[in-house]
Design a protein around this ligand. Structure first.
Ligand code: PLP
Ligand SMILES: N[C@@H](CCOP(=O)(O)O)C(=O)O
Length: 465
C-alpha cells in the first residue's frame, strides 16, 4: 500500500514512512493511493466479531504487510485493553431509528483515544525497528492533547510537545495535559487560539532544517494513521445496525474534519453509508461552505464545545482532493488562496460531489444547552456539549429509511460546567480520574510564535541531531 500527498509534489511513501512523516513535505496530507475494498461478503463476515478483530481486518489492509500480523494484533489488543467498555465503542439507542455511538470509554474520555492508543504503539514499533527516536508535536483544542500525552507518556523513543490555546480548554482537559509526571511530556500553553497552534505545528513541518534536526513527527489527524484507526468504528456501528443489508447514516460533530473524513473513507471502502452529516457549533465554517460554495474564515468564537472552536479544518483538504477527482493542482491553488486571503471558492463539480455525500447543520449555544437538558430530562442520559451538537443536527437530518447514528465524542465529565448549567446534573469523572483536579500542573506558557516554540523544543528534545 502506497500513500500519496494531496498536493502531488511529495514522494509516495509506504505505511511506516507515512506514519512517521505525519505531514507530507509539500505541505499536503497523505491518503492511500487506492481505497481498499470490502465486499458485502467481507462486511457480513464482520457480524459477531469483536471490535479488535474488525480493527485488524481493516487496519491490516492499510498496513500492506509492513508489520507482521501477529505484532499488529498484539498492538490492537493492547490499545483497546485500555478502554473501560468491553465493546470499545458501544451503540446506545436514543430513538426509534436513532443511536448514539459512545466513543469516550478510553483513558482520557474522548474519541481521540481510539486512534491515539494505537498510533503510539505503531510509532514505537516503527521507531524500534529503525533504532530511531522522534520528536512528536501536536496542536490541540483540548482532546487530542490529553489523548496523545496519555498514549505517549513514558515512551523512551519519543518526546511529545503539545500546543494548546491558553485559557481556551476546559479545566479537566487542561489538567489531563499538564499533570503528567513523565519527563518526555511537554505541555505548551500558547497565547492564541487553536488555529494559531495548528498553524505553528504545520509551519514547523514546512521548516525542513528544524524538521530534520529534531526528527519531527505529528499526531494530529494530519497523520493518516489517525484517520485509519477511526474508520473502524464506522464499520462496527454499521454492521451492528444491519450492514451490508441496510444503509446507515452518521452525524459527526466536526472541527478538524478528521472524524467525518474517516466515515467518508469507510464509504469509499464499500460500507453502505447513506448520509454523512457534518454538525458544527457556532463556528460553522463547514456548514457555510456547503451552503455557499465558499470556504471563508471569519474568526473563532469561544463556545461550550471548545474542542470544535476551529476555523481551519485541516482534513477538508483530503476531501477536496477526493471530490475534485484527486486534482492536486486545484488543491494547491485552494490552499494557496486560503493562506493569502483566508478563503477560496470551491469548483462547481467539487461542491456537487461533496453535496452528494454530505449534508451539514449547525447548533447554536442555546440549542446545545436545550439538547443537553432535553435528553437528560427525558431519559436521564447525560451528554457532553459536542455530542449535543451532533444530536441536535442529527434530529433535523433523520430520515425514516436509514438508522441515524450520532457520534458521541466526549464524556460529559470533561465539560462539567456546561452540562450542569444545562441540566443541573454534575457528571462524575470515572474512578481512575477522581483525583485529577488535585494533581499538580506542569506547563510552559509561550507566545504564538514559531521561532520561540522551535527554540523551546530544540532545548528540550532528546532526538536532536
Ligand atoms: C469532543 C470532540 N468532538 C468533536 C471534535 C471534532 O472532531 P474532528 O476534528 O475530527 O472533526 C473534537 C476535536 O477534534 C473533539 O475533541
Ligand atoms: N478538536 C481537536 C483538534 C485537533 O484535532 P485533530 O483530530 O486533528 O488532532 C482537539 O481536541 O485537539
Amino acid at each position: 500500500m502506497e500513500y500519496i500527498s494531496t498536493r502531488g509534489e511529495a514522494p509516495a511513501l509506504g505505511f511506516s514512512d507515512a506514519l512517521l512523516a505525519g505531514l507530507a513535505r509539500d505541505g499536503g496530507l497523505y491518503v492511500p493511493r487506492e481505497w481498499p475494498q470490502f465486499s458485502s461478503r467481507d462486511i457480513r463476515a464482520m457480524r459477531g466479531q469483536s471490535y479488535q478483530e474488525i480493527a485488524f481486518r481493516i487496519i491490516s489492509r492499510f498496513v500492506g504487510g509492513e508489520i507482521a500480523d501477529e505484532a499488529l494484533r498484539t498492538m490492537i489488543d493492547e490499545a483497546y485493553a485500555t478502554f473501560r467498555h468491553p465493546a470499545v465503542a458501544p451503540l446506545v439507542q436514543s430513538g426509534p431509528n436513532s443511536f448514539v455511538l459512545e466513543l469516550f470509554h478510553g483513558p482520557t474520555l474522548a474519541f481521540k483515544d481510539v486512534a491515539m492508543q494505537l498510533l503510539a504503539r505503531l510509532m514505537d514499533h516503527a521507531l524500534a525497528e529503525r533504532g530511531e527516536r522522534a520528536t512528536i508535536v501536536g496542536a490541540t483544542s483540548g482532546d487530542t492533547g490529553g489523548a496523545a500525552i496519555d498514549a505517549f507518556a513514558g515512551r523512551d523513543r519519543t518526546d511529545i510537545f503539545i500546543l494548546f490555546p491558553k485559557g481556551r480548554v476546559s479545566p479537566v482537559q487542561q489538567r489531563q495535559m499538564t499533570s503528567s509526571t513523565e519527563a518526555n511530556v511537554h505541555a505548551l500553553a500558547i497565547e492564541g487560539n487553536f488555529d494559531d497552534c495548528q498553524d505553528i505545528v504545520k509551519a514547523m513541518f514546512s521548516h525542513a532544517g528544524f524538521r530534520d534536526k529534531v526528527q519531527l513527527s505529528g499526531v494530529n489527524s494530519i497523520n493518516w494513521a489517525r484517520i485509519m484507526a477511526q474508520i473502524v468504528y464506522y464499520f462496527t456501528a454499521a454492521v451492528s445496525l444491519g450492514a451490508p443489508s441496510r444503509k446507515v447514516s452518521f452525524t459527526v460533530p466536526t472541527g478538524n474534519f478528521g472524524d467525518i473524513f474517516a466515515g467518508y473513507a469507510a464509504k469509499r471502502m464499500g460500507l453502505p453509508v447513506s448520509r454523512l452529516v457534518i454538525a458544527t457549533n457556532e463556528n460553522d465554517i463547514l456548514a457555510r461552505t456547503l451552503r455557499t460554495g465558499r470556504y471563508e474564515m471569519k474568526g473563532v468564537k469561544a463556545t461550550t464545545s471548545p474542542s470544535m472552536d476551529i476555523q481551519i479544518s485541516s482534513n477538508f483538504e483530503r476531501l477536496l482532493f477526493e471530490a475534485s477527482g484527486r486534482d492536486s493542482a486545484s488543491v494547491r491553488s485552494a490552499m494557496g488562496q486560503m493562506r493569502q486571503s483566508g478563503g477560496f471558492d470551491l469548483e462547481e463539480t467539487t461542491l456537487k460531489a461533496i453535496k452528494k455525500e454530505f449534508s451539514a447543520g449547525r447548533a447554536s449555544e442555546k440549542q446545545v444547552k436545550a439538547k443537553i437538558a432535553e435528553i437528560a430530562g427525558q431519559t436521564g442520559y447525560v451528554i457532553d456539549p459536542h455530542t449535543a451538537v451532533a444530536m441536535h443536527v442529527a434530529a433535523k437530518a433523520e430520515k425514516a429509511n436509514a438508522p441515524m447514528v450520532a457520534l458521541s465524542t466526549a464524556h460529559p465529565a470533561k465539560f462539567p460546567e456546561a452540562v450542569n448549567s444545562a441540566s443541573g446534573i454534575d457528571p462524575a469523572l470515572p474512578p481512575c480520574l477522581t483525583d485529577l483536579m488535585q494533581r499538580e500542573e506542569r506547563f510552559q506558557v509561550l507566545p504564538a510564535d514559531q521561532g520561540k516554540v522551535e527554540a523551546h523544543i530544540l532545548a528540550q528534545a532528546r532526538a536532536v541531531r
